[in-house]
Design a protein around this ligand. Structure first.
Ligand SMILES: Nc1ncnc2c1ncn2[C@@H]1O[C@H](COP(=O)(O)OP(=O)(O)OP(=O)(O)O)[C@@H](O)[C@H]1O
Ligand SMILES: [Mg+2]
Length: 363
């Protein structure tokens, strides 16, 4: 969808190029993240794709055509752009900000109004915000307006320069989830710039790690980059918790779950004791008839000869099947059970053990 071939940008008067001989292929319908230290040429690279900056040499194509031959207004229709530091027009209302590109394209008022309403809903903002000015919104809300503005003319390509840089980690996490959710629905080709490794591995189908001068150190899926960093630069850029970050990429769903020491209500205490024993466990988990997890009981507390009718304690050591192995590890090391029960909704699916997580790390 987008290719960069031997692209160099040498700003006038600079001693070294900001980007030198960068080649990159970006696949259609995916999120590609450019990540690297400040000043490594991320913004420069992004702006060359929509010709806000002219490359000194090399070629860039979007949808098979070289951008060099294309009039900028045509590119603007095809490529949405979220500017670093948001960059909303301060003297225009939110409505006018979002309508920027449709307005430039000469859409009629009714069509613009309809599109703005659609977008404000898409990015989960309130309609009453449309007539406010950017300074009357919070940082996170402004960033969503920036995303809505970039999506306005429904461009197949989106360039996003640190779109969530200005907000706290909790709002950032939420905006990232929204972007992933949006992407599942609208399937754009997105090139996103960040200097945050966690954001890169969370959002990227592919991650390009850049060094000063736009040097491409590694370009691959987050799994491969975290599992086998190409060199010392990449290794140190990823940080010391590389293994944990990688665990964060694997959903628990992918594991073959163990059954664990669990019985249904109505099982005899003799069966419960033998199930617990076969799992080397001092407790027994109790499931309802529909496999809802009711809780657990200490094996010691079971009647000698009877039936399991209820659970003595709530089961706190559990994860959702959509959570990651990193979440499971966190639950396991903060509990006494040494396992985490896996639930789908409230339904018991099995257990994850430390050994299973360890085996996954080793592959
Ligand atoms: N208009 C310009 N004229 C001269 N040099 C520039 C210009 N714009 C950027 N540079 C230089 O080019 C290099 C790359 O800048 P760029 O903005 O692409 O970095 P970046 O990776 O986006 O950094 P950051 O993470 O801080 O946003 C830097 O050394 C910067 O000083
Ligand atoms: Mg930048």
């Amino acid at each position: 969808m987008i290719t960069l071939t031997d692209v160099t940008k040498h700003y006038e008067g600079a001693t070294t190029p900001a980007v030198e001989n960068l080649s990159l292929t970006i696949e259609e319908g995916t999120i590609t993240v450019l990540v690297g230290p400040s000043g490594c040429g991320k913004t420069t690279t992004l702006k060359m794709i929509n010709r806000l900056i002219e490359p000194t040499s090399g070629d860039i194509t979007v949808g098979g055509n070289s951008v060099i031959d294309r009039p900028p207004h045509e590119l603007r229709r095809e490529i949405g752009y979220v500017i670093q530091h948001i960059g909303l027009f301060p003297h225009k209302t939110i409505r006018k900000n979002i309508a920027t590109v449709p307005h430039l394209l000469g859409w009629d008022a009714a069509r613009i109004a309809e599109r703005v309403d659609e977008l404000i809903e898409l990015v989960d903002l309130d309609e009453e915000m449309l007539d406010r000015y950017p300074h009357e919104l919070s940082g996170g809300q402004r960033q969503r307006v920036g995303v809505a503005r970039a999506l306005a003319a429904d461009p197949p390509v989106m360039l996003m320069d640190e779109p969530f840089g200005a907000v706290d980690p909790i709002v950032r996490g939420k905006l990232q989830d929204e972007l992933l959710d949006l992407q599942r629905r609208v399937k754009k080709t997105i090139v996103l710039v960040t200097h945050d490794v966690d954001e890169a591995v969370k959002l990227g189908d592919k991650v390009a790690i850049l060094n000063i001068g736009g040097v491409l150190e590694q370009y691959d899926s987050p799994e491969v980059i975290l599992g086998s960093p190409a060199n010392d630069f990449v290794r140190s850029f990823l940080g010391t918790d590389r293994g944990l970050k990688r665990l964060g990429l694997f959903p628990i769903e992918t594991l073959q779950l163990d059954t664990g020491p669990f019985v249904g209500v109505g099982a005899t205490t003799a069966v419960a004791r033998s199930v617990a024993q076969s799992h080397n466990s001092e407790w027994i988990g109790v499931l309802a008839e529909d496999d809802t997890l009711l809780g657990w009981s200490p094996v010691d507390s079971l009647a000698v000869d009877g039936v399991v009718t209820e659970a003595a304690e709530r089961f706190l050591s559990w994860v959702d099947c959509n959570d990651s192995l990193r979440d499971a590890l966190e639950v396991i090391i903060s509990s006494h059970t040494r396992i985490a029960a896996v639930l789908d909704g409230g339904t018991f699916k099995g257990i994850v053990t430390l050994d299973q997580i360890y085996a996954e790390i080793m592959t």
